[in-house]
Design a protein around this ligand. Structure first.
Ligand SMILES: [Fe+2]
Length: 326
């Protein structure tokens, strides 16, 4: 299926991805992973939840860890440009018979939650409480020195349909993987903020959250994190990498948190702000699209992901598979 032409004048203006809430079963263990090991900064915490931000971020949080019995992901949060966009977004989702629930969210202005047509829970808002800048408080830099949340990647049971919907609300495709045999999309990377993606879709049982990614200053920060994790009891949480992606050209590492939520550490992709940027096409059978250096990803990377709370996933319609490491 061809990539749709970009919708340069969408019904409402999304600035960027913003935040996600993850249900975790042991807050202390998760704190040891996200704060003591990765180096995210605590902006609030109590016995039920921990709010975190990365070092460049002025908004109150990019990730919320909430205590629960069963690991899961909640709404993927997106920041809109202005209050009028929030009203236009409400009208758009209602016009598609998608649910709109206005909710109270600590540290955020008016917020509604909805879902996309395939069931990914979404949250839209305009303003989050602003905190003083800390990007030059170098004494705070620890772990992998995370600077900002970069993107979400979700399993979709129908990537063609996911791309069509997100294209309609203004996401522009930068790169995509096609199954040459069927002509269907197997994966796609879509952006709002001018990087390779805010949101990516991977063919698979879904909807499920595949990973949340954080941008770091350099590949050396990733090497330092690997040394740290491998000598502080986290070696089994290293899943894939480090490496250079073919798609996005970013340097990457995939790790798993204590509940199995996948986190990508990511740096040095490229600018995509031109409205006429041509999407780059990759063949599903080309192993260099996953890792430029040729190493295929492990089976777990293609099969495991976080359930969205209250959302039962369905099998992928497209059965084509890439090359998977034995
Ligand atoms: Fe990613």
């Amino acid at each position: 299926m061809p990539i749709p032409a970009p919708n340069l004048y969408p019904p409402f203006n999304i600035v960027r991805l913003s935040h996600v809430e993850l249900i975790v079963t042991d807050l202390a263990k998760s704190r040891a992973f996200y704060v003591d090991t990765l180096g995210l900064q605590v902006t609030d915490e109590d016995s039920e939840a921990i709010y975190l931000r990365a070092l460049e971020e002025r908004g109150h949080h990019c990730i919320v860890l909430r205590k629960g019995d069963t690991p899961a992901a909640r709404d993927l949060g997106f920041k809109l440009f202005g209050e009028e966009d929030l009203d236009r977004a409400e009208a758009f989702f209602r016009s598609r018979d998608l649910p709109v629930d206005w909710v109270e969210r600590p540290y955020q202005s008016r917020t509604f939650r909805t879902r996309d047509p395939l069931g990914i829970p979404l949250e839209f808002y305009v303003q989050m409480d602003r905190l003083p800048p800390i990007h030059q408080k170098y004494a705070l830099y620890r772990g992998v020195k995370p600077l900002r949340i970069d993107h979400f990647n979700c399993f979709s049971p129908n990537v063609d349909a996911s791309v069509a919907f997100y294209n309609e609300i203004g996401f522009r495709v930068t790169e995509y993987t096609e199954d040459e045999q069927s002509g269907h999309l197997w994966a796609a990377w879509c952006h709002r903020k001018g990087g390779v993606h805010d949101m990516a879709f991977t063919n698979g049982t879904g909807p499920r959250l595949h990973h949340t990614a954080f941008w770091v200053p350099t590949p050396l920060n990733i090497i330092d994190l690997l040394d740290l994790m491998s000598t502080t009891g986290w070696v089994d949480n290293i899943e894939r990498g480090p490496g250079r992606h073919g798609i996005s050209n970013a340097f990457f590492l995939y790790i798993r948190d204590p509940d199995g939520h996948r986190i990508e550490i990511y740096c040095s992709d490229y600018q995509t702000v031109d409205p006429d940027l041509e999407p780059i096409k990759w063949d599903l059978k080309d192993p260099q699209r996953q890792t430029l250096w040729g190493a295929p990803a492990p089976r777990s990377w293609f099969e495991e992901g976080s359930l969205f709370e209250g959302q039962e996933p369905v099998p992928a319609q497209l059965k084509a598979q890439p090359i998977i490491a034995p």
